[in-house]
Design a protein. Structure first.
Length: 72
């Protein structure tokens, strides 16, 4: 099982490296009143991290609510 996890992590890292190397162009992003120019790969990474953190916080919040219902 440990070998499987290592292989999966290596594959994910290779895919991330491919995405970063293929998306080095600069992109202008507008957020409210600010304009930011950044590499497309960085924008993709920020979007992924924002979605991951949002999903994690939502899961933790729902898990706590479920635990409260079962304890009473």
């Amino acid at each position: 099982m440990k070998k499987f996890k290592t292989i999966v992590i290596a594959l994910v890292l290779i895919l991330v490296l491919i995405i970063v190397l293929q998306n080095t162009q600069s992109v202008e992003t507008k957020f409210l009143f600010a304009k930011v120019t950044m590499p497309r790969a960085f924008l993709l990474m920020l979007t992924f991290l924002f979605g991951f953190v949002t999903g994690l916080l939502t899961t933790l919040s729902l898990g706590r609510k479920a635990n409260r219902k079962h304890s009473y």
